[in-house]
Design a protein around this ligand. Structure first.
Ligand SMILES: O=C(O)C(=O)C[C@]1(C(=O)O)C=C[C@@H](O)C=C1
Length: 367
């Protein structure tokens, strides 16, 4: 069994919540203008007017108060947004964050829990969460995470994932004994890896796999990761687009502390989770509340919860262990600003044991 060191190189220290907190509270470089050449207020000149004593001599040095115009002009490119993701720089989750917020500051986290906590603790503004892939299907454990936290889905990113086979400079295909990557990535490249006849080894994320190959100088090991990871960790791209299906799309959710105000100015999606009492036709009834109002469903997922009580944070925000037979997740194509969506949920609420709106957000097409 390949024994990979679990540590990460110093260069890309993943943020745990503690590290994030330190970064968040460490005073930033004092970026106020240098006033050392100016006399301290009210000290040197005895004839100085009392009014100015104790006040800055030159008000133009003071920061200007924010105006509504400043806030309105906040660029939608995320230039002042900090986005947490699970993995190391070069991970596809980071690419998803940059696709949605091209100028954001991406913050790598050890795991999804740390990314969620970073948002809850105001250390970052958003978190990115892979939720499903066109080949691998739903990432179930991340659905459960949504329920355990009180974050809101405020956006989605559909990312075309092109996997590359990365190796140390000089390593040839015939040298490879094993390939390292995130389980989802290994699954998406099943055919290619079977043809290579290599041993598949799971890693925490694709970029982390590339970093392990590079930092441990593994000449007989490849990594399935992005071309950006090849640049960051100094690896060669032995093969590109090695995924089994050309259209290998991973859908990511953008999570925030506060929901967005849904509009009707563009296509919206709404994601909900609910439970139903046992009984014939209950699911049919639940789906009918949407069909009868001409609302299209884009996703339905059921999660058995027979043995594992789920501590859900409901609207009372108290949260308690509840036992469900099944949780049903539905994404539908309508905005909560539309009466038909409001009426559909009001109708569903009449017979749902538990119902929570996970978020209403603009749909993302594949660009
Ligand atoms: O490891 C990464 O690079 C990730 O972004 C994670 C992840 C995933 O969890 O599914 C995301 C997209 C790809 O499908 C492969 C892996």
């Amino acid at each position: 069994m390949l024994d990979f060191p679990s540590g990460k190189s110093k260069k890309w220290e993943c943020c745990s919540v503690g590290a994030l907190a330190q970064r968040a509270i460490t005073p930033v470089e004092d970026d106020r203008p240098d006033t050392s050449g100016l006399e301290p207020a009210g000290a040197a000149d005895p004839t100085q007017d009392d009014q100015s004593k104790g006040f800055h001599k030159d008000l133009s040095l003071l920061p200007k108060p924010l105006s509504a115009a400043d806030l309105l002009s906040t660029p939608n490119d995320g230039s002042r947004v900090r986005v947490a993701y699970q993995g190391l720089p070069g991970a596809y989750s980071e690419a998803a964050a940059l696709k949605r917020y091209p100028k954001c500051e991406t913050v790598p986290c050890d795991d999804f829990e740390a990314a969620f906590k970073a948002v809850e603790l105001w250390l970052v503004d958003k978190a990115v969460l892979p939720i499903e892939n066109s080949v691998g299907g739903s990432i179930h454990r991340n659905y459960d995470l949504l329920l355990r936290h009180r974050l809101h889905i405020v956006g989605e990113v559909q990312l075309q994932v092109n996997h590359c086979l990365l190796v140390l400079p000089g390593t040839r295909q015939e040298d490879l004994k094993r390939v390292l990557s995130h389980p989802q990535a290994l699954a998406q490249c099943e055919m290619t890896l079977m043809k290579l006849g290599v041993i598949r080894v799971s890693a925490e994320d694709t970029a982390g796999a590339a970093q392990i190959v590079a930092s441990n100088n593994l000449r007989d090991t490849g990594a399935v990761a992005s071309s950006r990871a090849a640049e960051i960790y100094g690896l060669n791209i032995l093969a590109e687009k090695i995924q089994d299906d050309d259209d290998n799309i991973t859908r990511f959710l953008i999570l925030a502390r506060e929901p967005i105000i849904p509009g009707t100015d563009r296509p919206y999606k709404t994601s909900i989770v609910f439970t139903l009492e046992e009984g014939p036709g209950m699911l049919f009834k639940a789906l009918a509340v949407f069909a009868l109002r001409g609302i299209n469903l884009t996703k339905i997922e059921s999660r058995p919860q027979r043995k594992r009580p789920l501590r859900v944070v409901d609207d009372s925000n108290k949260g308690s262990a509840k036992y469900f037979d099944y949780l049903f997740y539905i994404d539908f194509e309508a905005s909560m600003a539309e009466p038909r969506a409001q009426h559909a949920l009001g109708h569903l609420q009449e017979f749902a044991g538990f119902l929570r709106v996970l978020g209403c957000y603009p749909s993302d097409g594949i660009q």
